[in-house]
Write a protein that binds this ligand. Structure first.
Ligand SMILES: [Zn+2]
Length: 135
């Protein structure tokens, strides 16, 4: 899959380091790693604002769609339309729906269908993939 924003691994690594991103940000966003639960900086973060792709700044979620799923990762019930691309993920012996940034292909996490009404969706994200901006 091709995304509008293309950079080499070295370029992403340098950019994320320059931004002061979390140490695992490169492994999570470019190699689809998963941060350990309850370790990410946004797992218990409830300020007003919005969450953007750490790699390219694409706006992904409004803070008012964030909810506490008690899973240890930041969870959202609704994504900004068009911001996220879904990919079927059959790794680890499961079939899940991987979510990536529609602009740069950064791995964000997975989306599940056990979220709260009205969407019924639970976007289970890695904090390391996100950059919060206060309003
Ligand atoms: Zn992105």
């Amino acid at each position: 899959m091709r995304f509008p924003i293309q950079k080499s691994d070295a370029e992403w690594q340098a950019q994320l380091a320059d931004m002061g991103a979390e140490p695992g940000a490169f492994q999570v966003t470019r190699q689809a790693a998963t941060e350990r639960p309850f370790t990410g900086k946004y797992a218990r973060h409830w300020a007003d604002g919005s969450y953007h792709c750490i790699c390219c700044g694409n706006k992904l979620f409004d803070a008012d769609t964030k909810f506490d799923a008690h899973c240890g990762w930041p969870s959202f019930s609704l994504a900004v339309p068009g911001a996220i691309t879904e990919i079927t993920d059959r790794s680890h012996g499961m079939t899940r729906v991987e979510t990536v940034c529609s602009q740069c292909g950064a791995h964000l996490g997975h989306v599940f269908d056990d979220g709260p009404a009205p969407t019924g969706l639970r976007y289970c994200m890695n904090s390391a993939s996100l950059n919060f901006k206060a309003t």
